[in-house]
Design a protein around this ligand. Structure first.
Ligand code: GDP
Length: 297
């Protein structure tokens, strides 16, 4: 499970505090040093850690924690608040158009879980939000991608629009929009091509699709297991496409948490969904405060 060692180290850092009635400045500095180390070991970006510790320190001193009745708990509360802040504080939801078709463009590197996430999100929208989604297979590069999306679509009873691998992604997207209008769909999710690395060809194709469909949301899937690399990938996609949200996949894996804790404050792109397994229901809307609970154990 994600964060195990971070959670373990954080609780170790707090242990010395919460047991005590009074707190000295030295206790607090020792604790902050421990928290700092645990974040760095979890692979959180150095600048993010530095700013984080500075904010906790300022708050803790500002709130006169040292003379409080239960200073340890107050410090833990401050750390919790600041971790929630790092994660984005508020839940960010999909912006649906008031009328007409809401479009979502799913982007991401190959293997990050983009196709799976497209189906998981369509399923959630259908089941929990009463939407009528259409999935569109615009990943015409990876041979098995269309089939994979079709299989997923069947399993959740959501139609998949495809014109096969012979048709260019842009043309598929164009015809899919018309098809959605003619058939009363209110939400269209475009599963676009991924590559192993970010390259100009990929970005050019994605930019063309973006210009055509003018998506309401551009959701980027990033793999939690890739640690701080999430930040670089997210920044590159964001620079080119203005991503509106992140889908953090494979949080059920053994990730250290560094990417998750860094990505929001560096890119300012909110995490909207988290993938928690391979099954279609293994997807959650992202709640920063709940995630902070989980990290702090
Ligand atoms: P794409 O190339 O980005 O479209 O990636 P896929 O959707 O094909 O996913 C790649 C692999 O990751 C597949 O084996 C998925 O089952 C798996 N996968 C996707 N999301 C998750 C997740 O949240 N947790 C786990 N454990 N596996 C996932």
């Amino acid at each position: 499970m994600a964060f195990e060692s971070l959670t373990e180290r954080m609780s170790q850092a707090f242990k010395n505090l919460t047991g005590q009635g009074k707190l000295t400045e030295k206790n607090m500095n020792d604790m902050l040093k421990e928290v700092r180390m645990s974040l760095l070991e979890a692979d959180v970006n150095y600048t993010v850690v530095k700013d984080f510790i500075a904010r906790v320190k300022e708050k803790a001193l500002g709130e006169e924690v040292l003379s409080a009745l239960n200073p340890g708990q107050m410090v833990v509360k401050i750390v919790h608040e600041e971790i929630t802040e790092l994660l984005g504080s508020e839940e960010v939801e999909v912006h649906y158009k008031k009328s007409g078709i809401t479009t979502l463009m799913m982007v991401g590197l190959q293997g990050t879980g983009k196709t799976t996430a497209s189906a998981k999100i369509a399923n959630l929208m259908k089941k929990k939000q009463g939407r009528r989604p259409l999935l569109v297979a615009c990943d015409v590069v990876r041979p098995a991608a269309i089939e994979q999306l079709q299989t997923l679509g069947e399993s959740i009873d959501v139609e998949v629009f495809t014109l096969g691998v012979e048709t260019k992604a842009l043309e598929t997207a164009r015809q899919a929009m018309r098809y959605a209008q003619e058939n009363g769909y209110d939400t269209v999710l475009f599963d676009t091509a991924g590559r192993l690395h970010i390259d100009e060809e990929l970005m050019a194709e994605l930019s063309d699709i973006k210009a055509l469909i003018q998506p309401d949301e551009i959701l980027l899937t990033v793999d939690a297991m890739t640690g701080q690399d999430i930040v670089n990938v997210a920044q590159s996609f964001h620079d080119q496409l203005s991503v509106t949200g992140l889908v953090l996949t494979k949080l059920d894996g053994d990730s250290r948490g560094g990417g998750i804790l860094s990505v929001r404050s560096i890119t300012h792109v909110p995490v909207m969904f988290v993938g928690l397994g391979e099954k279609i229901d293994d997807l959650d809307v992202f709640h920063p405060s709940r995630m902070a609970d989980r990290i702090l154990g």
